[in-house]
Design a protein around this ligand. Structure first.
Ligand code: LLP
Length: 434
């Protein structure tokens, strides 16, 4: 029997793949393909894991945020709200969706390296709790627009610690060269703190950093925390301001294939907390309120994508192409990052995966692949094919390339599916055309 990676995936008596107890072949029949399917319990379990670990290890005012760029639609914000999470929003569109869902504005952290005046005004008017200010231009704009509304806006400053998460090394160039944040190494971080403290409509609470994504060790987070706590100490000594909040961003990884490591998230948070407490004691800095901001690890594993197999073509001496009715418009991650995925035939997942195939999409572009050299069962036209671990950065990065409508999103709860996002229609595609 093949490794299905996650407990919410199983095989039923009909020999079909199930997700959260729902038969994927039935789901494909009812809702059509391509189809994003999420197990709601898996999302909620991850929210609880983060929240409980944060409260237990960082104290009662700890607040995990859901980085909603990973998967954004109205129902996701409702789930995050019910689970007591805050959210990270990064655009006017994410803010709008959060508001549409009735998400409590004070629990929103508003990110982005280039917030427009309109974004800032919208966020101020909806009462967004915290801005994570990226740079000096934004700080002046926020001070002016908050002043016009008689608001003193709570902010964190985004700081660039100069960490490469994949070498665990702090480096003074490279990651300092980023479109995000103010680098410590160049002195710009301290400068923007002084500026923030001088502006009347800015209420600085602390600092934020985000070092990367799909990280499996806590060492780079601890390195970042050390640099940030040192920075908090420097700021205190230079300006008298003591940061009360430190947001360490997102980034813990998830397994996409049987060869990837699994992360024990509760243990990772506990170990991070222990390390950060020690660092704070060494530097004689009071432990700030710690905010974590995961995206991928909250939603990736909960999601799968279902496709219908179309043409199967073998080029002798080269490879077999299995084409599905989706591709880079619903999952651009292989085209962008050569991301690895696990695929299986959902109507007979227990058949041996004897083939190695290239999984191709239906776009008019040779780079439109979901993966290459993927183990798969014998596939033929009409089979339902599942790609696992597609809950993060698939729907949220989907496009209408080749005028292909975006798939529906279905949430499964206690074995029962419900539509969370309707499938786009051809009419939707021309709705804004004049
Ligand atoms: N906080 C900030 C400021 C971020 O920029 C991100 C992700 C997160 C939190 C959440 O990180 P996560 O826990 O999801 O790793 N499109 C890429 C991922 C880009 C991540 C961007 N920022 C992908 O498909 O792999």
């Amino acid at each position: 029997m093949m490794n299905l990676l996650y407990d919410h995936l199983a095989v039923n008596q009909k020999g079909h793949l199930t997700i959260g107890g729902a038969d994927t072949v039935d789901l494909a029949g009812t809702f059509g393909t391509p189809l994003y399917v999420m197990d709601e319990a898996a999302v909620r379990t991850m929210c609880r894991t983060y929240r409980q670990a944060a409260l237990a290890n960082f104290g009662p005012d700890a607040l995990p945020l859901y980085a909603s760029k990973a998967l954004c639609f109205t129902e996701m914000y409702r789930i995050a709200a019910e689970e007591g999470m805050g959210v990270d929003c990064v655009s006017g569109g994410e803010l709008y969706t959060a508001r549409h869902a009735g998400f409590p504005a004070e629990r929103i952290y508003f990110h982005g390296n280039n917030k427009t005046d309109r974004d800032i005004v919208d966020a101020l008017d909806m009462g967004v709790g915290t801005f994570v200010v990226d740079n000096t231009d934004e700080l002046y704009a926020l001070d002016r627009l908050a002043g016009e509304r008689n608001i003193r806006q709570r902010i964190l400053l985004r700081i660039t610690p100069g960490i490469d998460p994949h070498t665990h090394k702090a480096i003074s160039t490279g990651r300092v060269d980023s479109k995000f944040g103010s680098p410590i190494a160049t002195g710009q971080a301290l400068d923007i703190v002084r500026l923030a403290l001088s502006l009347p409509h800015i209420n600085l609470h602390g600092f934020h950093c985000h070092i990367g994504s799909q990280i499996f060790d806590i060492d780079p987070f601890v390195d970042a925390a050390r640099i940030m706590v040192d920075f908090i100490a420097t700021v205190r000594d230079e300006t008298g301001f003591t940061a009360s909040e430190l947001n360490l961003g997102g980034g813990l990884g998830v397994p996409y294939t049987e060869f990837d490591r699994k992360v024990d998230y509760a243990a990772a948070i506990r170990d991070m907390a222990t390390a950060i407490r020690t660092i704070c004691e060494e530097r004689k800095v009071g432990m700030p309120r710690i905010i974590l901001e995961p995206g991928r690890s909250l939603v990736a594993a909960a999601g799968i994508t279902l496709y219908t197999v179309g043409s199967v073509k073998t080029i002798p001496g080269f490879r077999t192409y299995v084409s599905v009715d989706g591709g880079m418009p619903d999952n651009p991650r292989y085209a962008l990052y050569q991301s690895q995925y696990t695929a299986l035939i959902a109507n007979r997942p227990d058949a041996p995966r004897t083939e190695r195939v290239t999984l191709a999409g239906r776009c008019c572009e040779s780079g439109d692949l979901v993966g290459e050299d993927m183990p798969l069962q014998q596939a033929s036209r009409g089979d339902i094919l599942a790609v696992l671990t597609t809950g993060a950065y698939n729907y949220s990065m989907a496009s209408n390339y080749n005028r292909i409508p975006r798939p529906a999103v279905v949430l499964v709860k206690d074995g029962t599916p419900r539509l969370a996002v309707r499938r786009e229609s051809y009419e939707d595609l021309v709705r804004n055309d004049l």
